[in-house]
Design a protein around this ligand. Structure first.
Ligand SMILES: Nc1nc2c(ncn2[C@@H]2O[C@H](COP(=O)(O)OP(=O)(O)O)[C@@H](O)[C@H]2O)c(=O)[nH]1
Ligand SMILES: [Mg+2]
Length: 200
């Protein structure tokens, strides 16, 4: 079946430690009002949707947001089930959130095989508080085979849409290339960056 014949629903999971800005980024991307400093801690799992289109398809992105609190960890298998792509977010001003990326990758790898993942360093607006050097980030991107890396600010809107867009394009490319066998997706990345503002 050609992928363009129907509206395609793609499930994307958004991971990362509490407070890194997952909910704010998702709200910014899906159009909900962003209010810096007032986001309530997400309880359990939320999801938001946004319809996007390429030249040939309409895509319904189903974006799952994990609350992150320890007591909800039993939700993780359900959270991951059926996901075709993953955004892993850390806070550029808190090194501990960067170290926890490994834990999130482990969760993803245990529950879904080989889905493409994009790394996001958020709170880029807080330049004076930056705690994670670009060199260690670049090393992690290579080592853990992230398809792309973006620095975002949910406060200024910097690069908010790009991680979702690139992940969607990579997923589409995977679906076409491996005819719905998503196990081989992790190594695929786009030849061209999405636009000149991208960080890779
Ligand atoms: N300065 C700044 N604050 C942010 C940014 N993104 C999120 N925040 C704030 O960081 C806090 C945690 O954000 P939230 O989206 O709840 O994080 P989550 O726990 O990962 O969902 C909130 O007070 C947000 O307003 C950002 O890019 N810049
Ligand atoms: Mg949240």
């Amino acid at each position: 079946m050609a992928l363009c014949e129907t509206v395609l629903t793609l499930k994307i999971v958004v991971c990362g430690e509490g407070g890194v800005g997952k909910t704010t980024i998702i709200n910014g991307f899906t159009g909900s009002p962003v209010s810096i400093g007032e986001t309530p801690a997400t309880v359990g799992i939320n999801f938001a949707t946004r319809t996007v289109s390429t030249s040939s398809r309409i895509i319904n992105l189903q974006i799952w947001d994990f609350g992150g609190q320890e007591q909800f960890r039993f939700f993780l298998p359900d959270f991951c089930k059926g996901a075709l792509g993953c955004l892993v977010i850390f806070d550029l001003t808190r090194y501990a959130t960067f170290e926890r990326i490994y834990d999130w990758l482990k969760v993803i790898k245990e529950n879904v095989k080989g889905i493409p993942r994009v790394l996001v360093g958020n709170k880029a607006d807080k330049k004076e508080s930056r705690a994670v050097d670009r060199s260690v980030i670049d090393s992690l991107v290579v080592k853990e085979k992230f398809s792309a890396y973006y620095e975002t600010s949910a406060k200024t809107g910097q690069n908010i849409a790009e991680p979702f867009a690139i992940l969607t394009l990579i997923i589409l490319k995977c679906l076409e290339t491996v005819s719905l066998d998503i196990e081989k997706c992790a190594d695929i990345s786009l030849d061209q960056p999405l636009n000149k503002n991208s960080d890779r």
